[in-house]
Design a protein around this ligand. Structure first.
Ligand code: FE2
Ligand code: FE2
Length: 416
């Protein structure tokens, strides 16, 4: 059993009793004075970053209830009840900070949320919509596969990949500069709570995967759905890198840390990423640093995240796009090959993809022999890759026009 999965539910519950703290008693007097003395940019950047946390805590407090009904063991349900209390306490802590230090809202949670709502990013909104969908599914379907999907989304994607690295960078930055002592003290407690929540999620996912072989497919599918959203959560307004750099860390550092954290937790749960069935979402042959840079490059180029102007179409960008595509081939359902797809863009250079014997390669230009040709606008194809345009819809509306024998075009459906 991996080390993290040896943590027992009883231990985690006992740690909760010992770790209780009071969000209502944190003293923000010094924070208020320091906040007023911070630069305009520092205040903007901190408000943006902490607003994501405030809304995140409120959402996870609300979305935990279905887990309590769906978890099979009493010990799991009791721990989940403690976690729900924690998440409410975290939301109260952020609400107080927003109201008493930043001056947002009238002291109620609803007004604080409303006053900070414009800060939320596209990726944040999509990620938390999906969290709500996955946890909501548990109300109708209490199967182990549904519970495993929800735990992966909640404890591994939202808590371990998004919240934990974010907290780490915020605390480090404030510590280094001796800023916001009240906020820092609260964040330290929040981080300790999150560690416990994540350890629980890893343990639960491990136990679910061990008891039901269907869990691994459900988890792999969830990760494929969640990743295009989760990688876009931390894109700063107008790609202004000063939002993180003013506090001494780069976007690349945050993304690398997130990649490292997710990979480690999946491994601890007994579901290492490289073992998951189907196309690999993450290029695991690269280091976490390279994967972070790549995710940011995809977002910048418009290959992931919100539709944000014309997608990049220079040779390097197209090379990245087709590398993503090559890795997304599902060899379980793709034609065995050799099988060649040719893209004829009306407004960009042609590219082609060859599938052969469980491997796929892509190259610029035209292939000598072609099985299926796809004609489309470059931007429409990028929308399909980014998950912004459903491929079936693109076919039905003639934005994507395949050419080839009907049998071969049919076979090509299994590619992705
Ligand atoms: Fe939390
Ligand atoms: Fe949490």
């Amino acid at each position: 059993m991996p080390a993290v999965a040896q943590v027992s539910y009883d231990d985690l519950y006992a740690r909760w009793e010992r770790g209780n703290w009071r969000a209502t008693e944190i003293d923000f007097t010094e924070d208020r004075a320091q906040w007023a003395a911070m630069s305009e940019l520092e205040r903007r950047a901190a408000l943006w970053n902490y607003a994501l946390f405030f809304h995140g805590e409120d959402a996870v407090a609300a979305d935990l209830a279905p887990f309590i009904d769906a978890a099979p063991l009493e010990e799991q349900r009791y721990f989940l009840a403690t976690q729900q209390v924690d998440e409410a306490r975290h939301a109260v802590f952020f609400k107080r900070f927003m109201h008493e230090v930043v001056g947002r809202g009238d002291g109620t949670v609803a007004s604080g949320l409303c006053a900070t709502e414009p800060e939320l990013t596209w990726g944040f909104r999509r990620t938390f919509d999906l969290l709500r969908e996955e946890t909501g599914r548990l109300r109708r379907d209490r199967s182990r596969a549904a519970l495993a999907r929800a735990v992966t989304m909640y404890h591994l994607v939202v808590e371990a990949t998004l919240a934990q690295p974010g907290q780490h960078f915020i605390s480090d930055a404030l510590e280094r500069r001796g800023l916001l002592p009240g906020f820092r003290a609260g964040m330290k407690q929040v981080a300790l709570d999150e560690q416990r929540h994540i350890a629980f999620g890893v343990r639960l996912l491990h136990d679910l995967a061990e008891s039901d072989p269907g869990v691994v497919d459900a988890v792999a599918a969830l990760i494929r759905t969640a990743t295009p959203y989760s990688i876009a959560v931390f894109v700063p307004p107008a790609w202004n890198r000063e939002y993180t750099e003013v506090f001494g860390f780069t976007l690349e550092e945050i993304y690398a840390e997130a990649a490292r954290s997710f990979e480690a937790k999946m491994r601890a749960a007994g579901l290492p990423l490289e073992s998951l069935p189907g196309p690999q979402v993450f290029p695991l042959d690269m280091t976490p640093e390279q994967r972070g840079e790549r995710a940011l490059a995809m977002l910048r180029a418009g290959f992931a995240g919100p539709a944000d102007g014309a997608p990049a179409r220079d040779p390097d960008a197209m090379k990245l796009l087709f590398d993503v595509l090559r890795r997304a081939v599902d060899h379980r359902t793709a034609p065995a090959g050799p099988f060649t797809v040719q893209w004829e863009f009306s407004d960009a250079e042609p590219w082609h993809l060859v599938v052969h014997d469980g491997a796929a390669s892509a190259a610029a230009g035209r292939a000598a022999s072609v099985d299926v040709e796809l004609r489309c606008r470059y931007a429409d194809w990028v929308d399909v890759v980014a998950g912004r345009l459903d491929a079936r819809r693109a076919l039905a509306t003639w934005r994507l026009r395949p050419r080839g024998s009907p049998r071969v075009v049919w076979a090509a459906r299994g590619l992705f």
